[in-house]
Design a protein around this ligand. Structure first.
Ligand code: PLP
Length: 439
């Protein structure tokens, strides 16, 4: 991050806390991608604004990797949590009204949800989904797509962004994972049904599940072709495999019913997370009753466990967030789709104006500028992205006061707390940055 010259977030207070962190927390961060190569510590987050320890303020489009939908510190969510914990923290027996209400809201919203479980993270939801699919089908293999990320669970821990020689191959994102776990995950190309058909042909009756982000936001925003999603539905049904939509990012964010509501393709299982608790830890797995009944509490053989699952803070956060999303007066979707279009149109105008080859894309609240010429259909096209230009643009936007994550292909998010004025200010900054980059 050397180019971030103004040292806005490398000033004294950030630096000394980050250095203290580095002495006692590996790398000074609790999740690897929080490190951007410069010391940075934060003091507060309100609405669409982050303030670092030195008092520098940023319009936040990172949004905690998309966990923030309503804006930071949303009063409705915070007061629901405060109220809930007056009566109950965690019981560890039976159930609570908060857990049942959360499940009802999810089932009401998500088309594929007959039954639902709550977990503490998206990774755990994915772990449960894959184990459930394997347990229900008694088959070993899982198919995933290059460019999709599904968390830290071994069976699915693959590099999202792989170099051309490693893309679509075994490319673990961590050491310490058994070869067996890697070998039983097969990698296909997004928007390319033939690549999935080949895997089914090579492993007949052995594929337990196909898992995908219906919009692969972990490489920005690859827009799915409807025929591809429908083809996956048909293929998995034909072969008796479980179709899993990982809607950890897309669920509730793009529509109440997730991306499955938009595309009309209904998976067997759906995972969700980030987008349902406005920053508080809550995630889950929903699906057809026939499959969900394979969990042990229903007499099945797939273990379901988690000390903190369904705790009151998480449930109250989810209930409050989903209630705001459901409120027609608030019109969350109208707001973020309108601002998203404003941002995408503005970035298109600016990049065209400066003659910078770029594909500006996204959906609703999510936007991204790929720095490449031509079309983007699949991961293969993203190999043409000019990573250096992408990172430079994001780093310089940070200097201007708009926080976009400076790692290549990372998407940006608009929340309910962003305003037209935020978007317009960011576009002015983008015009300056891209103008200078074009010279
Ligand atoms: N699935 C998707 C699509 C994600 O983007 C992520 C996290 O980035 C996960 C699963 C894992 O979620 P968590 O970080 O809550 O474990």
């Amino acid at each position: 991050l050397n180019e971030t010259t103004k040292e806005i977030h490398v000033t004294s207070a950030s630096r000394s806390l980050a250095e203290a962190a580095e002495r006692i927390i590996p790398g000074g961060v609790n999740s690897a991608t929080r490190s951007i190569g410069a010391p940075w510590a934060f003091a507060s987050a309100h609405g669409a604004t982050l303030t670092d320890l030195d008092g520098n303020r940023y319009t936040d489009y990172h949004a905690a990797f998309g966990a923030i939908l309503l804006g930071h510190g949303d009063e409705r969510v915070n007061s629901a949590i405060t109220a809930a914990i007056q009566d109950l923290d965690l019981v560890g027996l039976g159930t609570t009204e908060l857990e049942v209400r959360t499940a009802e809201l999810v089932i009401d919203a998500i088309p594929s949800a007959d039954m639902v479980i709550s977990t503490m993270s998206g990774s755990e939801a994915v772990l449960q989904a894959i184990r459930l699919a394997r347990g229900a089908t008694n088959r070993p293999y899982v198919v995933k797509f290059q460019g999709c990320f599904h968390g830290s669970y071994d069976a699915i821990a693959r590099n999202v962004i792989s170099s051309p020689d490693l893309a679509w191959r075994r490319d673990p994102n961590s050491s310490g994972i058994l070869d067996d776990a890697l070998d039983h995950t097969l990698i296909a190309e997004f928007n390319d049904l033939a690549s999935v058909e080949e895997l089914f042909a090579a492993h007949p009756d052995e594929i337990a599940a196909v898992i995908l982000e219906p919009v692969p936001h972990n490489v920005g925003a690859l827009l799915p072709e409807l025929a591809f999603l429908q083809g996956l539905r048909d293929l998995t049904t034909k072969h008796g495999s479980v179709l899993i939509f990982d809607e950890v990012i897309t669920g509730f964010r793009h529509a109440r019913g997730g991306y499955q509501e938009i595309c009309g393709v209904i998976p067997d299982l759906t995972t969700f997370g980030k987008s349902m608790g406005n920053g508080y830890p809550v995630a889950g797995l929903a699906g057809a009753a026939e499959i969900m009944r394979n969990f042990t509490p229903t007499g099945g053989k797939v273990m379901l466990a988690g000390t903190f699952n369904g705790n009151s803070v998480s449930m109250a956060a989810a209930i409050a967030t989903l209630t705001v999303l459901n409120d027609p007066e608030v019109d969350f979707y109208g707001h973020v789709y309108r601002l998203g279009d404003r941002m995408r149109d503005g970035l298109r105008r600016i990049t065209n104006g400066h003659g910078i080859p770029a594909v500006i894309t996204g959906i609703g609240s999510v936007f991204i500028a790929y720095f490449l010429d031509g079309e983007v259909r699949g991961y293969r096209d993203l190999l043409r992205n000019d990573d250096e230009a992408y990172a430079t643009f994001h780093r310089r936007m940070i200097d201007k006061g708009s926080l976009m994550y400076p790692m290549s292909l990372k998407r940006n998010h608009i929340s309910l707390a962003h305003t037209d004025a935020d978007i317009d200010r960011t576009l002015e900054q983008a015009d300056e940055v891209l103008g200078a980059m074009a010279r």
